[in-house]
Ligand binder design. Structure first.
Ligand code: 1GP
Length: 242
């Protein structure tokens, strides 16, 4: 018990949500590299960690569909060779692993499928009650990235066209009013077109919670454009895999 207390304090000290808030306030944006557990070789985790871009602040783990147990193997492998925070970005509740540092507890607000608005979240509860995984309430908004994304396929929902900026802003503000701690603007993994800077800018002008942006970001210019428009964190998966 005596040892547990400092561990709990340490976990609280490195709250991921707090780091998002601090990054937003100090305008020091964050970079998360997304790992798809089905494509990751856990035996090469240390090589992977050494190859990360220097600017990497967080590791995200998850995918729209993942083999049972794969997430847990990846989290364990990463935790054994890096101190970078490991954040779950799950496609469904089966990907929740208490050994990670935090969980984006997402609700897909852009689509009308109750399973991804509240169904998966209820199923997740039994995996969350007895551990200290940091749970970050996240409004997840799927925006058209120029292709049919895995999120769209799995959830059976349509992405919002990029030109519907007012609608995207309304969803983001609704997320804030509902008590979400951050908003994730998602163009979908492998998007042809990332979330437009104007969307990020408009959303950032309406809400006060941090904005995470991901999907199709491949170049330094796109990364900088997202940061300059108001993204607190950018998530890159495919470009780093490639
Ligand atoms: C997907 O936003 C993430 O959920 C990352 O997308 O793989 O296109 O970088 P990419």
């Amino acid at each position: 018990m005596a040892l547990l207390v400092p561990l709990l304090i340490l976990r609280q000290m490195i709250s991921i949500l707090q780091s998002l808030k601090t990054a937003k306030e100090s305008k020091s944006p964050l970079l998360a590299i997304l790992i798809d557990p089905d494509k990751f070789d856990s035996f090469s985790a240390s090589v992977f960690v050494r190859s990360l871009p220097r600017a990497t602040t967080h590791l995200f783990v998850g995918g729209s569909t993942v083999e049972p147990g794969a997430t847990q193997l990846v989290v364990a492998a990463l935790k054994s060779c890096t101190a970078k925070p490991v954040v779950l970005f799950p496609g469904d509740y089966s990907q929740i692993d208490p050994e990670a540092d935090a969980l984006l507890f997402m609700s897909l607000l852009s689509g009308g499928n109750p399973e991804y608005l509240i169904g998966q979240q209820i199923k997740a509860v039994s995996r969350l009650s007895d551990n200290h995984l940091e749970v970050i309430p996240t409004g997840y908004i799927l925006i058209d990235g120029g292709h049919i994304s895995a999120v769209s396929r799995v959830t059976g929902t349509n992405a919002i066209p990029q030109e519907n900026i007012d609608h995207i802003c309304d969803i983001a503000l609704a997320a804030q009013f509902m008590g979400k701690s951050c908003v994730y603007l998602e163009a979908g993994s492998g998007a042809v077109i990332p979330v437009n800077s104007e969307i990020i800018k408009q959303v950032a002008s309406k809400i006060t919670i941090p904005i995470i942006v991901g999907g199709g970001i491949k170049s330094e210019a796109q990364l900088e454009a997202a940061y300059n428009a108001g993204a607190t964190m950018v998530v890159i998966g495919t470009a780093f895999e490639d």
